[in-house]
Write a protein that binds this ligand. Structure first.
Ligand code: SAM
Length: 223
């Protein structure tokens, strides 16, 4: 019986891959990867030599049938993304859905993902939260922000560094200038930083100190 295992990979610090993930990468017959170059670098670091086949976001729909055939031809295949957990703001969901439709067993190993450390370190309630991923860039962005203004649970967004200041400005505009936020930047990396304050305070900071690297925005829910 064919099986696909989703294996989370480090979001910065290579020590964050689990022992089980390493064992599964060693045991699998085939690895599907978002970017084969990124995955081959990780495999080289782990001294694992396995065939790696691309599974891209931009051709996820098109490559489904071919990928399903390849999974069926093996007993155990792995899907990885460039960093973190596959299918979380990364390719994977369509493949998981298709595998389940086709009777292929799915397993997802626990492991790194940027949203959980950002949420827990934010200091905002983490008993209930909503993960929004990336907000739409243009169409639909404003209506998401309007809806989020009423959200009482802690909100987690992914954002690019060049849109951070603008996004914090929009949070201040739609959710309130005094809404508490926490920007988690470069989690697990050398320049890891958590900046907490109101949307306006944190926006001002990043206006004066343009950010680099990868960013998660955590927003306190409406009180
Ligand atoms: N699959 C990944 C996960 O499980 O978190 C997310 C992939 S998504 C394409 C990339 C986004 O995740 C980045 O733009 C950033 O918002 C967030 N991210 C990934 N690594 C991060 C890090 N080390 N520090 C802060 N945010 C990170």
């Amino acid at each position: 019986m064919a099986k696909l295992i989703l294996v989370p990979t480090p979001i910065g610090n290579l020590e964050d891959i689990t022992l089980r993930s390493i064992r599964i990468l060693k045991e699998t017959e085939l690895i599907f990867a978002e970017d084969t170059r990124v995955t081959n670098r990780l495999l080289k670091h782990l001294e694992i030599n396995k065939p790696v086949i691309p599974f891209h976001a931009h051709n996820e729909h098109r490559s489904l049938a071919l990928t399903i055939d390849r999974i069926r031809a093996n007993t155990m295949c792995v899907l990885v993304s460039d960093a973190g957990t596959p299918a979380i703001s990364d390719p994977g969901f369509l493949l998981v859905r298709e595998c389940l439709k086709e009777g292929i067993e799915i397993e997802c190993l626990p492991g790194p993902s940027a949203l959980i450390p950002a949420l827990v370190a934010s200091g905002f309630p983490c008993d209930k939260f909503v993960f929004e991923g990336f907000l739409p860039h243009k169409k639909g962005r404003q209506s998401r922000l309007v809806a989020l203004a009423e959200e009482e649970r802690t909100i987690i967004l992914y954002e690019s560094p060049h849109r951070l200041v603008k996004c914090l400005g929009q949070i201040a505009e739609f959710l309130g200038a005094d809404r508490q936020v926490c920007v988690a930047r470069e989690i697990t990396k050398m320049y890891e930083e958590y900046r907490r304050g109101t949307a306006v305070e944190v926006q001002k900071h990043y206006e004066q100190n343009p950010p680099k690297g990868e960013i998660v925005i955590v927003i306190e829910g409406k009180k």
